[in-house]
Design a protein around this ligand. Structure first.
Ligand SMILES: [Zn+2]
Ligand SMILES: [Zn+2]
Ligand SMILES: [Zn+2]
Length: 328
């Protein structure tokens, strides 16, 4: 296969001149970044708002050790990401999880806005599984009652929202304004931030699924919480992780024996398989891979588990709520 051609395919379509430049090593701490360009606090960044699979942790009805004794008040939030530009005060969400109210509180704590400003400048949706879009319900008249919040989505996802209640009411009452995403087409967020969707294979009952490339002035982040096996994707994941400084990748399951049901029915790449596949990449690239979207059974949810230690020992990382990465 023509690797050079495939590598180009991740670049923005509007200009071949703009490329991701790996200027700084990935920030490996979970605290605010301290790269020279971000010291004035104006550097744009992404903020991890949640890390679990769609059902959250503890998961409803689970009587296994993984959730036993855990109450909802100490739950771990569902995978979602914020993009923030402190200079303009703009902020966007990537995926709208059912934990959205709590996640907006995190965002408010991190970068408060005045009453006059809109709560969000937009939301980008990956697909129509419950962890990724049902937070939109809080934008409706029963809750926030937002006015014209831009919601970017792919064609099937837009149709799904337009044609099915209660989502159609958000459109009809103009709580949200649907915006078109197309595979590979760059959306310019402002003069220094952009986002580019890319299609991936994943159960498509209601919509297609995309991941996102988020580009800042000097660094790029990939958001890919859901995919059905790396081998079913036309693009090699190795290429993606080398093109960005931080890759937040599907880490739903750690290994095969995690579920009592047939794991073949759940075709996510296993973390152990992903680590094997990416093992030969340079240290710096592996350090930029952080797994996310953990199922409630996944021991990588717990900082004190052997799985977590094994992942870190192999040079990879794990996304945690509150992680913040500078895009400068
Ligand atoms: Zn999901
Ligand atoms: Zn459980
Ligand atoms: Zn999904």
């Amino acid at each position: 296969m023509d690797l050079a051609k495939r590598r180009r395919s991740f670049r923005p379509r509007y200009t071949q001149a703009m490329q991701t430049i790996r200027m700084h090593p990935v920030d490996l701490t979970s605290t605010p970044t301290t790269s020279s360009t971000s010291e004035d606090g104006s550097a744009p960044f992404v903020l991890v708002l949640g890390t679990t699979q769609d059902g959250g942790h503890p998961q409803i009805g689970c009587k296994l050790d993984c959730c036993h004794g855990h109450r909802q008040q100490d739950r771990q939030l569902i995978a979602s990401l914020a993009i923030v530009d402190p200079r303009s005060g703009e902020r966007w969400l990537v995926d709208a999880s059912p934990d959205l109210p709590e996640q907006l509180r995190d965002l408010e704590d991190c970068c408060p806005r005045s009453q006059e400003q809109a709560t969000l400048d937009g939301i980008f949706l990956t697909h129509a599984h419950i962890g990724h879009y049902t937070g939109l319900m809080y934008l409706g008249r029963e809750a926030l009652g937002s006015r014209g919040t831009p919601v970017w989505a792919m064609p099937d996802m837009r149709r799904f929202l337009r044609e099915n209640g209660p989502w159609s009411q958000l459109v009809d009452l103009q709580n949200i304004h649907l915006m078109a995403l197309d595979d590979g087409e760059v959306v310019q967020l402002n003069d220094r931030l952009s986002l580019q969707p890319f299609l991936v294979p994943h159960r498509a009952e209601f919509s297609e699924t995309v991941g996102f490339l988020i580009r800042g002035p000097a660094r790029a982040v990939a958001w890919l919480p859901d995919i059905d096996q790396w081998g079913r994707w036309s693009r090699p994941v190795e290429e993606l992780v080398q093109e960005v400084d931080l890759a937040l990748l599907d880490g739903t399951f750690y290994r095969r024996d995690e579920l009592e049901r047939d794991m073949n029915e759940v075709p996510h790449p296993l973390i152990v398989e992903s680590m094997d596949r990416l093992a030969a990449l340079p240290d710096q690239v592996r350090a930029g891979v952080r797994f996310i979207h953990f199922n409630h059974t996944n021991p990588a949810l717990r900082e004190d588990s052997e799985a977590t230690q094994a992942i870190r020992a192999r040079g990879f990382g794990l996304a945690r709520r509150g992680d913040r990465f500078s895009l400068c």
